[in-house]
Design a protein around this ligand. Structure first.
Ligand code: AQP
Length: 337
C-alpha cells in the first residue's frame, strides 16, 4: 500500500485595518509591517475593514479615497496580493450576514462589558449607535468566516478575541463544530506607539493631526510634528513610560524602526538633549516612510491594477466566506437555496 502523505495546511491568519484615516506609524509598527513577515509561514487574509469604519460617521468621498489609499499602502509596504488575500470587507457580503446570525447568539450583557465600546462612546457621545455596540460581533464574524486559526491582536483587542471565542464555542456547542476556535497571535515586534501630544494614550489615525505620524507625511511634516511632540520638563533621556511617557515613546519608536535594543539606544543618547532625540527619531521615520511613499504613489497612479487586486481579493475571500456562512445557515435550519 502507498504511504499516505499527510498534507498539513498552513495555519490561517485574519487581520484587518480600518480605513478611518491615513494609517499611522502606530498601525505600521503594531500591525502592518508584521503582516508582511507572516506571509511565508501562514495563509494570510488581510481586510480593509470598511464596514467597521461606519460605526463613526464618515464623509463618503473621504471614506472612498481613504479605502483606496489603504489598499495602495498595503501593497506599498510589500504585501504581495498573490500570496496574501487582500480585500475590502464590504465587497464580501457574507460579513454583514454572518454578523446578523452571530448577533442572535450574543448577549447584551457580554457586549456591555466591552471596554472599547465604553471608550468609543465617550469619544463619540453624539452618535452612540447600535453598530458601535455590536462591533465585536461583526469582528467575530470576520474571523470565523475564514476559519482563522490565529488573529494578531494588540492589547486593546484581546477582549474582542475572547468574545469571538465565546460566541464560536456557544455556536459549536449547539450545532457541532462549525467554526475553528481562533487563538491570539502576539507578534514578536509589536510596540504600542503612543500619541505625540498625549503620550499616555495610543496613537490613533482619527485623532488630531499633530498627535500622529501618518504614513504619507512628508519629511517637513514629520520634523514639525516631532519638534512639537510632548516630552517633559526634565532633560534626562531615559526609558521610563510611567514618569516620562513622551520621551519613552520617542525611544521606543526609535528602537522599533532601527531594531536596536533599548539599552543601547538610551546609552547612545546619554549625553544628548531632547532636541537631538527628536531629530534622530525624525530621521529614522523619514527613512522608513520614504520608500513606502514612492511605492504608494506608483500604485495610486495605476487604478486599474488596484481594481484588479481588490476584485481578485474579494473573489478569493468570498469563496471561503460563503462556505462557512452556508454551513452555519444550514445548521441553524434555514432552507438551502
Ligand atoms: N498606536 C498603535 N500602536 C500599535 N498598534 C496600533 N494599532 C492601532 N494603533 C496602534 C494596530 O493597528 C491595527 C489596525 O487598527 P484599526 O485601524 O483596525 O483600528 P484601531 O486600533 O482603532 O486603530 P486607530 O488608528 O486607533 O484607528 P481609529 O482612530 O479609527 O480608532 C490593529 O491591529 C491595532 O492593534
Amino acid at each position: 500500500m502507498e504511504p499516505t502523505a499527510t498534507v498539513q495546511r498552513k495555519k490561517r491568519i485574519l487581520s484587518g485595518i480600518q480605513p478611518s484615516g491615513t494609517p499611522t506609524l502606530g498601525n505600521y509598527i503594531g500591525a502592518m509591517r508584521n503582516w508582511k513577515m507572516l506571509a511565508d509561514e501562514y495563509d494570510c487574509f488581510y481586510m480593509i475593514a470598511d464596514l467597521h469604519t461606519i460605526t463613526v460617521r464618515q464623509e463618503p468621498a473621504k471614506l472612498r479615497a481613504q479605502s483606496t489609499q489603504m489598499l495602495a499602502l498595503l501593497l506599498a509596504i510589500g504585501l504581495d496580493p498573490e500570496q496574501n488575500v487582500l480585500f475590502f470587507q464590504s465587497h464580501v457580503h457574507q460579513h454583514a450576514e454572518m454578523a446578523w446570525l452571530l448577533n442572535c447568539f450574543t448577549y447584551m450583557g457580554e457586549m456591555s462589558r466591552m471596554t472599547q465600546f465604553k471608550d468609543k462612546s465617550a469619544k463619540h457621545a453624539d452618535n452612540i449607535n447600535c453598530g458601535l455596540f455590536t462591533y465585536p460581533v461583526l469582528m467575530a464574524g470576520d474571523i470565523l468566516l475564514y476559519q482563522a486559526d490565529l488573529v494578531p491582536v494588540g492589547a486593546d483587542q484581546t477582549q474582542h478575541l475572547e468574545i469571538c471565542r465565546d460566541i464560536a464555542n456557544r455556536f459549536n456547542g449547539l450545532y457541532s463544530n462549525v467554526f475553528t476556535i481562533p487563538e491570539g497571535y502576539y507578534p514578536k515586534l509589536g510596540a504600542r506607539v503612543m500619541s505625540l501630544q498625549e503620550p499616555t494614550r495610543k496613537m490613533s489615525k482619527s485623532d488630531p493631526d499633530d498627535s500622529f505620524i501618518g504614513l504619507l507625511d512628508t519629511p517637513d511634516v514629520v520634523r514639525r510634528k516631532m519638534r512639537r511632540a510632548v516630552t517633559d520638563s526634565e532633560t534626562e533621556i531615559r526609558y521610563d513610560p510611567e514618569n516620562k511617557p513622551g520621551v519613552s515613546n520617542l525611544l521606543s519608536i526609535y528602537c522599533a524602526l532601527t531594531g536596536e535594543s533599548m539599552d543601547n539606544v538610551v546609552a547612545s543618547f546619554s549625553s544628548k538633549g531632547y532636541g537631538d532625540l527628536k531629530n534622530a527619531v525624525a530621521d529614522v521615520i523619514i527613512d522608513t516612510l520614504s520608500p513606502i511613499q514612492t511605492e504608494f504613489h506608483r500604485y495610486m497612479a495605476d487604478k486599474s491594477y488596484l481594481e484588479s487586486v481588490w476584485r481578485t481579493g474579494a473573489e478569493r475571500a468570498s469563496r471561503i466566506a460563503e462556505r462557512t456562512l452556508s454551513k452555519a445557515m444550514k445548521k441553524i435550519g434555514f432552507v438551502a437555496k
